[in-house]
Write a protein that binds this ligand. Structure first.
Ligand code: G6P
Length: 611
């Protein structure tokens, strides 16, 4: 978690850093700070969002040509002014920002306390900084060497950036397990957790790898490994537009991202499938098709919303490819000594490509000889780079903390992969293959149509916003949609919500049903339709309030439910890409009606880079 930004060059550093921190607030926003260098080190930091820091700095001296900034998501130590970054060395000479966790910080802290160091925060970051300082002072080495020595003893994950008042034209940065991008300008360099703070200035970037150290001056970037050997930086050109990461007239990023879905799903399908010609071409899949179609089993690892996409993929892949699928929370998989056989293929699904548990789960799977296929949104992210092969979802930057467009793009990719494997394996006939391609092709237009219900969903949100609990039910492909709908509501509105398979309701949740409980039922027309109609009747018999997501024109459910939201008709296999969207909108409008900060809900972060 946490977002870092740094700048060195000919501009004023503070505005660059401040704007960058605002773009990175999705990574954490419980406190923020900057360290600026101008005839000495000036450090400003405080609890709260970046805007509060900005306000507190009005009228202060922020002039400087280099600086570092941080927006925090607390791990060690509560959100507070003193735990905010940057931290300062005991001699006041160094300032450091950090994203990650130093696991052996306690041991290092004791060693430093025994040497007389005092600590002013509860953070692992201050420990690492003072550890570096101690090496620098005692070993009489430069900062670069001190960092290198220190990092060899560090257990954990980090991106660190240090600024040194005695050496104002150099920043030192290092990475292991957390992301770091360096933007290369003319006589200037930009550092950030992702490319969004950088693209407005330069499109040329270097993604720093694990165990690499960067020595950055305005005119020069030197990359080294921890063995002090130089590495040639691999400069990439970014294909990312600034407009794509701004709100574009919407009140919130979340709403903008929900409304982008016709385009993002289209972008995800574009160039990869042709419904008329009847083909799917995906470089990463095509190159590895033997491995994929002969897999003994697929294991899909993911967290959060990506895990829900994985659950839907389980239904789709087993149906189409007849290959067993297991879906695992990455955090469970990594610790539970799972059985991974030769020939098993791991799909790792992640929007950010940086989720710590998913990253480590991939490492574990690789150690066991598995082939790892990454399905990732953020180009150049860690998961994309450590997977053997993969496919990007091309949903564009997702800023709202609650995932929306990344989810539907994941579904689109996973469906295409399943169709391609099934075709190659011969487990789908030509007619069904062509039918599903055309169903996929029509999804973006159908999403456009269903977004027209936004105003009526907003009215529903006003009607139900005061509920204390909500139940979400679905069957088959729509069961994980119910889980996702409940998660969205929890994240954005802080209303407790549970998702359940509709039939399982009788084994517990039905006891909760009364006239105060809104029950959201995902009941589009599919092979389970009659069964779910019975479930609705069971709820109505107990006076529950039913809000049903139905296929347009479904008179049966319209006659039973209290409220309905219609979505266009679609094959059940692709229907979740439609039925999820009203639930995203419902959560959004309830959140707004309740006054939550929907883009940055409390306690959450977009990118969970700690376990
Ligand atoms: C966080 C985000 C969720 C996301 C999950 C997994 O909890 O708030 O929106 O689904 O992490 O993240 P990933 O980037 O791996 O998909």
């Amino acid at each position: 978690m946490c977002g870092i930004v740094a700048y060195i060059g000919h501009r004023e550093a503070y505005p660059v850093i401040l704007k960058g921190l605002k773009r990175l607030e999705y990574r954490g926003y419980d406190s923020s700070g900057v360290a600026l260098l101008n005839e000495g080190l000036k450090v400003y930091k405080r609890k709260g969002k970046v805007a509060e820091l900005e306000e507190s700095l009005i009228g202060k001296d922020v002039h400087s040509a280099s600086g570092i900034g941080h927006t925090r998501w607390a791990t060690h130590g509560e959100p507070s002014d003193r735990n905010a970054h940057p931290h300062i060395s005991a001699n006041g000479r160094l300032a450091m920002i950090h994203n990650g966790i130093i696991e052996n910080y306690n041991q290092l802290k004791h060693e430093l306390i025994n040497k007389g160091y005092k600590f002013t925060s509860d953070t692992d970051t201050e420990v690492l900084l003072k550890f570096i300082e101690d090496i620098q002072v005692n070993n009489k080495v430069g900062l670069e060497e001190a960092v290198r020595i220190a990092l060899k003893r560090v257990v954990g994950a980090y991106v660190i950036v240090l600024i040194d008042q005695d050496n104002p034209d150099t920043l030192i940065a290092a990475r292991k397990g957390s992301p770091l991008v360096i933007g290369i300008g003319k006589g200037e360099h930009f550092l950030a957790s992702d490319a969004s703070p950088i693209i407005e200035y330069t499109k040329e970037v270097v993604y720093v790898n694990d165990y690499e150290l960067a020595i950055i001056k305005p005119e020069e970037l030197v990359l080294k490994n921890l063995g002090n050997e130089k590495i040639t930086p691999f400069i990439q050109k970014l294909d990312l537009e600034l407009a794509k990461i701004e709100k574009g007239g919407f009140d919130h990023f979340m709403l903008k991202e929900i409304f982008e879905q016709p385009q993002t799903i289209f972008d995800c399908l574009r160039g990869r499938m042709d419904a008329r010609e009847g083909y799917i071409r995906m470089a990463g899949v095509d190159k590895n098709i033997e491995q994929l179609k002969n897999a003994g089993r697929f294991i899909i690892i993911a967290c959060g919303t990506s895990w829900h996409a994985a659950l839907i993929a389980e239904y789709i892949i087993e149906e189409l490819c007849r290959i067993p699928v297991e879906v695992e929370y990455a955090s469970e998989f990594r610790y539970r000594n799972p059985i991974v056989n030769k020939g098993d293929v791991i799909f790792a699904v992640s929007q950010s490509g940086e989720t710590a548990d998913t990253l480590v789960a991939i490492e574990r799977a690789k150690e066991n000889g598995a082939f790892v296929f990454g399905i990732v949104n953020v180009v150049g992210s860690s998961i994309a780079r450590i997977s053997h092969a993969g496919a990007y979802t091309h949903a564009g930057p997702e800023i709202g903390v609650a995932s929306t467009k990344a989810f539907t793009a994941q579904l689109a990719i996973l469906t295409m992969i399943a169709l391609k494997i099934a075709k190659e394996k011969g487990t789908i006939d030509q007619k069904r293959f062509m039918h599903l391609l055309s169903e996929l092709h029509e999804i973006p237009d159908k999403v456009k149509t269903l977004l027209e219900s936004n105003d009526s969903i907003k009215k529903l949100a006003t009607k139900y916003k005061d509920a204390n609990n909500a139940l979400y039910l679905g069957r088959g492909y729509n069961f994980p949609v119910a889980l996702e709908g409940a998660l969205k509501l929890k994240e954005i509105s802080y209303i407790h919500a549970e998702g359940y398979p509709a039939a399982e309701m009788k084994h517990g949740p039905i006891a909760l049903v009364d006239e105060n409980l809104p029950v959201v039922i995902v009941a589009t027309k599919d092979s389970y339709h009659e069964k779910i109609v019975s479930n609705i009747q069971e709820i109505k018999a107990r006076k529950g309030k039913v809000i049903a997501v139905i296929t347009s024109g479904d008179k049966v459910i319209t006659g039973l439910a209290d409220d309905v939201i219609e979505v266009p008709e679609a094959d059940e296999l692709v229907a979740p890409m439609l039925s999820t969207i009203p639930l995203q909108l419902l959560a959004y409008h309830v959140g707004v009606a309740k006054g939550s900060d929907v883009d940055k809900p409390r306690n959450l972060a977009k990118s969970v880079t700690v376990e």
